[in-house]
Design a protein around this ligand. Structure first.
Ligand code: GH3
Ligand code: MG
Ligand code: MG
Ligand code: MG
Length: 304
């Protein structure tokens, strides 16, 4: 028996078929290596596919009453939450045109009934391994190599998503741009290695300070960081930004060559709006202007 923890680590496969006997055969052959979930209709399959965590692979029957497998596949591809989940059609339709049609809908593979179970296992393993590698590449492409927090690329995606969500739900959205004060003299006096270490500690302090799961911090570039604060108005963003400023200052990283203090500090500019008024780039530009004011008013402060 595997413990619940090791169960969680297993890749998960969703089996969709209107015939319980088919589900049983497939589940029996896969359950030692995968967390198996099942659905007996297309509608159910679409529900399970968006559950958290999403399946790593879907085995999809073509002929089902109501919504058939082709339609399920089309809808999975059209939904950004499920479009990256590989689909293998499992079907008694074994003509070449049917197979070509299934693959043209974006399925990664096509298995015909009656099943030859070693082939089913081998194909499932191949596609689950590919999916895991793709997921790993995606997450690496979204992370900043120095600080291990999300990078600007990931932030830009989040901003688009949260902008759309805020517009849909009528909530406000805030961003905060942070810039380390007098960081050029820091590098000049302490060296690039210490400079890198300083950026890592600042990133950690910011990540630790954010407590709501929806709030995120990313490295925007160089010694600049950015916070994305969903469902937050200007006042809330100012309060949180000042807490972040204080958290960095509390690290007391010595900096004898800073004009602002004898330790490392940050300046922050915040901006909030209620989408769709303004635009994502205008919101960032306003935060940047506020950051510029925080610098010119003496650094180690937050402006809106
Ligand atoms: P201000 O208070 O106006 O922001 O002054 P500053 O000195 O911080 O501003 P400036 O933009 O002149 O300098 C930013 C410095 O950040 C220069 C650059 O070498 C350093 N920097 C950018 N990215 C990195 C990095 O990844 N590692 C290190 N060590 N330094 C970096
Ligand atoms: Mg069927
Ligand atoms: Mg800068
Ligand atoms: Mg700076």
């Amino acid at each position: 028996m595997s413990s619940p923890d090791s169960e969680d680590l297993l890749p998960s496969v969703l089996i969709v078929d209107d015939m319980p006997a088919n589900i049983r055969v497939l589940a029996d052959t896969l359950k030692s290596d995968y967390r198996v979930r099942v659905a007996t209709s297309g509608v159910k399959a679409l529900e399970v596919a968006v559950a958290d965590p999403p399946p790593d692979l879907i085995l999809l029957d073509v002929m089902m009453p109501g919504m058939d497998g082709y339609e399920v596949c089309r809808r999975l591809r059209d939904d950004p939450r499920t479009s990256a989940i590989p689909v293998i059609f499992v079907t008694a339709k074994n003509e070449a045109e049917e197979e070509a049609h299934g693959l043209s809908l974006g399925a990664v593979d096509y298995i015909t009934k009656p099943f030859h179970l070693p082939i089913v296992r081998a194909r499932v393993r191949t596609h689950v391994n590919l999916k895991r590698k793709t997921d790993l590449l995606d997450s690496l492409a979204s992370l900043d190599g120095l600080t291990h927090i999300p990078n600007r690329r990931r932030f830009d995606e989040w901003l688009q998503q949260e902008w759309a969500r805020a517009a849909r739900e009528g909530t406000s959205l805030a961003v905060a741009m942070l810039d380390v004060d007098s960081f050029k003299p820091y590098n000049d006096h302490y060296g690039h290695g210490r400079g890198d270490e300083c950026l890592r500690r600042v990133a950690d302090a910011l990540r630790t300070r954010l407590q709501r799961p929806a709030d995120v911090v990313a490295r925007y570039g160089g010694e600049e960081f950015v916070l994305l604060l969903p469902d937050t108005d200007a006042e809330g963003a100012l309060t949180l930004a000042d807490a972040c400023r204080a958290a960095v200052s509390a690290l007391r990283i010595p900096h004898d060559y800073s004009g602002a203090a004898d330790h490392v500090t940050v300046s922050i500019g915040v901006a909030a709006t209620r989408p769709p008024s303004d635009s994502p780039s205008l919101l960032l530009a306003r935060a940047d202007e506020a950051l510029y004011r925080a610098k010119s008013e003496g650094r180690n402060r937050v402006c809106a």
